[in-house]
Design a protein around this ligand. Structure first.
Ligand SMILES: *Cc1c(COP(=O)(O)O)cnc(C)c1O
Length: 394
């Protein structure tokens, strides 16, 4: 390719071709109606804004304990083959996932993270203007896709810091929604429903409605949080990711388990070459490294206990967590939490917080290495004092 042809501003060969009189295209009606804001401001953007890297990256629910050494080796090997497109069917990974989960390969969909799979799912089920049910303040990417396909978000409030499962299903029944989203365990509150509760809720799901069960934190959850659901059950799609416990957030790879007819429908809309070779190789290797996973789970439990005690020592209340983060109740409103997130960032600590009241009375701190938690412990009291005085002055 002659890249010089793309050197904008230096192509004098045909000065009249793109004159100022030519107006660019209008956006589609759906896109024109979308908010311009991005759903997540990445830590890299915040680091550029503050002019320095963070000292502790505790805001994105990544695994600071890193990927399995076997996954690292598999990626290095796969890097040599990157001149080839990845297998668009992720055949080997699906076969391994099938053995690991007991679901037939025909029930498994591999995609570019749960985020990518959620977009495909919404596109498959939601017509423009149609209702889709989620919780107000739940994991935002789901709602982002619903808006992006022009469907209508029906948002149900949390109840006692949990997604309100019965109310979500009642709203689906009342609106005739085809899709209802529940993250179990939940982000950003770290709360969960038991598997038995989910199984019971399924019995009340209206005919023609699908429950999307986002299990991004399944590996960290107590065993009783995971329902027993057949892979051919047409009422549910479950999503799992390699981003969290497996430490591969940057590789972008996750999978869903659904009835084979729904799983097959993803082929109509998905980005067939979206899951790259290194990600497939890494996921396959990670799946076979149970020892690393066990190490990460143990380190996560230790880090959660430490974050909770750091919070208590600062006079704050850590909420119970079935995930790899601890949500810390500040006992005030969103103003204090926003001020604390900003003050922590000034001290070089990246954390996030729930978007909506009353959950926005808290900050959310992801597990980290001992060194990162040392920094958090060190700066929390001063950052809290700064935040409190900023709120008092306002
Ligand atoms: C982190 C997170 C995801 C993102 O998963 P990816 O596989 O990295 O896209 C999805 N859902 C929830 C609830 C999460 O917290």
């Amino acid at each position: 390719m002659n890249t010089a042809a793309f050197a904008y501003g230096r192509n004098t060969a045909n000065p009249d071709a793109a004159g100022a009189s030519h107006r660019g295209p209008d956006l589609s009606a759906i896109a024109a109606g979308l908010p311009a804001a991005v759903p997540f401001v990445g830590p890299e953007t915040l680091e550029r804004a503050r002019g320095a890297p963070f000292r502790a990256r505790l805001g994105a629910n990544e695994s600071a304990f890193g990927p399995s050494p076997k996954a690292l080796a598999a990626m290095a090997e796969a890097a040599r083959g990157l001149w080839q497109y990845g297998d668009p069917t992720s055949f080997d990974l699906k076969a391994a996932l099938s053995r690991a989960t007991g679901a037939p390969a025909a029930s498994i969909v591999v995609g570019e993270g749960i985020d990518g799979l959620l977009g495909n799912l919404v596109r498959l089920l939601a017509d423009p203007g149609a209702p889709v049910v989620t919780s107000a303040g739940a994991y935002p990417t789901f709602g982002y896709h619903v808006r992006g396909f022009g469907a209508r978000l029906e948002e149900v409030p949390y109840r006692e810091d949990r997604e309100d499962l019965p109310a979500l299903i009642a709203r689906a029944a009342a609106t005739g929604a085809r899709l209802v989203y529940v993250a179990n365990p939940d982000n950003p509150m770290g709360s969960h429903w038991s598997g038995a509760d989910i199984e019971a809720a399924l019995e009340t799901l209206p005919a023609g409605t699908l429950l999307c069960l986002d299990e991004a934190y399944a590996e960290f959850a107590p065993d009783d949080a995971l329902p027993q659901i057949g892979p051919d059950d047409p009422r549910v799609i479950r999503m799992r990711t390699f981003s969290k416990a497996h430490g591969l957030a940057g590789a972008r790879i996750a999978y869903a388990i659904a009835a084979p007819s729904l799983a097959a429908a993803f082929d109509r809309v998905r980005n067939h070459f979206g899951v790259n070779r290194m990600a497939q190789a890494a996921a396959l290797a990670a799946l076979h490294d149970g020892e690393h996973l066990a190490t990460v789970k143990a380190a996560t439990e230790r880090a959660k206990a430490r974050i909770a005690s750091i919070a208590r020592n600062a006079g704050l209340v850590p909420l119970p967590s079935a995930t790899n983060f601890v949500t810390i109740d500040l006992g005030a409103d969103g103003k204090l939490a926003r001020a604390l997130v900003a003050a922590l960032a000034e001290h070089g600590v990246f954390v996030r917080m729930p978007f909506l009241a009353p959950q926005d009375r808290a900050i959310r701190v992801t597990v980290g290495t001992d060194a990162a938690l040392d920094v958090f412990e060190d700066v929390l009291p001063a950052a809290l004092a700064t935040a409190r005085s900023a709120v008092d002055r306002a």
